[in-house]
Design a binder for this molecule. Structure first.
Ligand code: C5P
Length: 248
């Protein structure tokens, strides 16, 4: 298949697997189709940075998804080391506040400059999808609508100099409208029509999510648990090309 580089750049594959061998297998099989591989807490806590060099050796980006949330100085130092260790993307909780987010930007950018590298893409996590209105009302006693609060946090993230936020496909258009087209949006909860929904609630297809303006889509089980992963990826590429009327 002819790989469209505009699509590839948008594809983030979640390496949510138990064993390092499985992660390496996914990277080596899917690197031709994947702009960025995302290493989350499960793999990172199990194996640290072991998989990173493997990802980087395939000319793919490395996204460290560990959602930092600490005092500004700690986050600044952690951000320096995240960049030192080769991450091109990482994320932090917006609820850590403006100063913490600015500290992440500062730490990451100063290390990137020292290494003569492009500054990483730092994405803010506004509200975890597991935090419902009920949690906001009754546990945190924050008297705000959950979506309005997420938008408020996205504004803070922009003010702090973050590149964008993580959001559901349903929120992309609002975020782009409110924060501007350049403010990046990465969407998990992606399910092609033919795949299982699993435990995701607010889902959309890859093409619909990109049509709404998402800069990155996170593919997880729809591809990693497919019987034929390459075939699944190729179907996703075809669907995006068709729906977005890109040239074959
Ligand atoms: O397998 P699936 O496509 O559901 O994987 C989604 C990925 O996106 C996982 O790595 C998950 O941690 C991440 N994610 C999510 N929902 C969020 C934020 C991140 O599913 N709100």
């Amino acid at each position: 298949m002819n790989i469209d580089s505009n699509i590839k750049e948008k594809i983030v594959l979640a390496l949510d697997v138990e064993k390092i061998e499985e992660a390496k297998e996914l990277v080596s099989e899917l690197a031709p189709y994947t702009g960025t591989f995302k290493v989350g807490l499960q793999l990172f806590m199990g194996y640290g940075l072991e998989v990173v060099n493997y990802i980087l050796s395939k000319n793919a980006n490395f996204f460290l998804d560990v959602k930092l949330h600490d005092i500004p100085n700690t986050v600044k130092k952690a951000s320096e080391n995240i960049v030192l260790n080769g991450a091109n993307f990482f994320n932090i909780h917006c609820t850590g506040g403006l100063e913490m987010m600015k500290a992440a930007r500062e730490g990451a950018d100063s290390m990137a400059a020292k290494l003569n590298k492009k500054p990483p893409v730092i994405l803010g996590v506004t509200m975890l999808t597991s935090i419902s209105q009920d949690v906001l009302d009754n546990q945190f006693e924050i008297n705000k609508n959950v979506s309005d609060f997420a938008i408020k946090l996205a504004h803070l993230a922009k003010e702090a100099g973050l590149d964008g936020v993580v959001a559901s496909p349903m929120e992309v258009e609002t975020i782009k409208k409110e924060l501007g087209a350049d403010f990046k949006v990465l969407c998990p909860g992606i399910r092609p029509k033919w795949s299982l929904v699993d435990d995701q609630k607010r889902i959309a297809t890859p093409s619909a999510t990109i049509k709404r303006g998402a800069d990155y889509i996170v593919l997880g089980r729809a591809v990693t648990k497919a019987e034929n992963r390459i075939e699944a990826m190729e179907k996703i590429y075809e669907e995006i090309k068709e729906e977005l009327c890109l040239q074959h």
